[in-house]
Design a binder for this molecule. Sequence first.
Ligand code: FAD
Length: 531
Amino acid sequence: RTSSQLGTIFPEQDEPHDCHIVIVGGGTAGWMSAATLKRRVGCRVTVVESDRVPPIGVGEATIPAMVDWIENMGIDEDEFIRRTGATYKLAIRFDDWIEPSHRYWHPFGICGCSIEGVDLIHAWQRGVREGWLPNDSQYTDYSFQKELCDHGCGPRQPGMPSIAENYAFHLDAGKLAVFLREVALAEGVQHRVGDVEDAPLDEHGNIACLCLADGSPLQGNLYVDCTGFASVMIENAMNSPWEDWSEQLICDRAITFRIAGNTSQQDDGAVDVGRRALAPYTISTGMNAGWSWQIPLAENTGCGYVFSSKHISDEAAKSELCALVGADPDMVSAKTVPMRIGMRPRQWIGNCVSIGLSAGFVEPLESTGIFLVQRALDELFECLPPATPLAFHAGHFDHATFNGRMTEVYRQVRDFVLMHYVVSRRRDTPFWIDAATVDQPESLRGLLDEYVSTGRVRLPQRDPTFAEANHHFILSPAGVRAGTHEFGHPGESPAIPGVPAGQYQPVHPSVIFDSIRASHRELCAALPAHD
Ligand code: FAD
């Protein structure tokens, strides 16, 4: 059917010259897109949501970009925390990833300070090599966020801004969905309940209108596919190809459940379940056939196991996760979620753009799902013409820039997540043998080679999702040493950033390291417990 055949059944638009963005899907991506586009583009926005297909209802950890979104939307952080059952997230603790009983940390932010513009890791590596830092010294000993995690502190005093520049939230996905919907409706977004059954194209290959199950049509200038893995418009109508990454990231399923109270794995490996100090970090544990998360929420703990169905059954995965978190398998009701790993290099075709799971998905090891929605919205905004009736037309949309940028963003996330597996030394189960020895994409192989030989991290030119320090956090504990980055002469003390040479007495670099820790301890002592 073409638009001219359908033309007669369209009701007249209320305001014929108005620009109209129609978003299909009422999950996190749909409501977040609606609120953001309404505020930033300012035109009419409608969300159509099925009451037959529930949203995926997972997605409990975020990265610091979420803080920016809240601020840009004019939302009060305290209210956000209360409404979404959130806690602060300052780091991820990785247990049993490099080998059984090994532990490392991926905190937000950088460690200490850079020295002469060079990341602290280079001075730290030198200190360990030359013996002026202790042998058991860790790079993350100089992270403020890690210091806060060690002491169970939150990043701010009530009523004050955060002292830690980089922080994020753990949140309750169900509560987030309700909150986002309220925010969007308050912005003036319109809401319709209904199943989209068809999206016929016009003679230019654009979506002419949406046909809802109740027989009514819905017409817009731009259609945003937020229908999750169903990909109702971008796949079924626009035929946008899917680039499959399941050969590289081999986990394809997850089970999730909540347990009362908060869990914490103690140093002796024992699990303690009960109401105890609320950890300001996520725990990610390497399992027999994948990895698990434990996410402390205000009221309970979110647990999940991301696994490869070739290596473990749903039932066995549930038992293994229950054993880890000290839950009774007969008492928990677990949800199983199939995962499709990959992305669409053409996320925007004609007047249809996909955002969220319909655009792509990388397993949630670094909590990037909600961030990728935000990033797509930022890029989309830059590639849209002004919302005037003449300009707001598929012919004026900058698809190529948007698709190129989003492809780069998704591939960096894929490489960064895959890096956790390829540097693992675990070979104790068939899963780890398979997951750690996959064929690496050329981009990741190149990044690792360059890192080892020059100490540089090859980053995307535009707003890298993971910066240099993030790579050091994963590579250093795995024993991958950054190539030497020469600054000064060997044995000479590095300059203090911002202070011209000659205006200070050179100090031994160990003094800088000591002062970083001392100042972190002092700041930490002034902050309240995370609870
Ligand atoms: P969905 O939530 O699936 O929503 C799809 C919507 O489309 C629903 O409202 C449905 O009703 C509607 N729909 C479908 N078909 C139709 C139709 N024909 N007509 C009308 N409406 C329709 N992200 C993070 O940031 N952090 C995490 O820790 C994290 N953990 C995750 C763990 C797992 C196991 C998985 C799978 C994902 C995780 N994510 C995480 C990703 C995150 O869940 C998603 O990015 C986010 O929820 C967005 O989902 P969505 O809105 O695209 O899709």
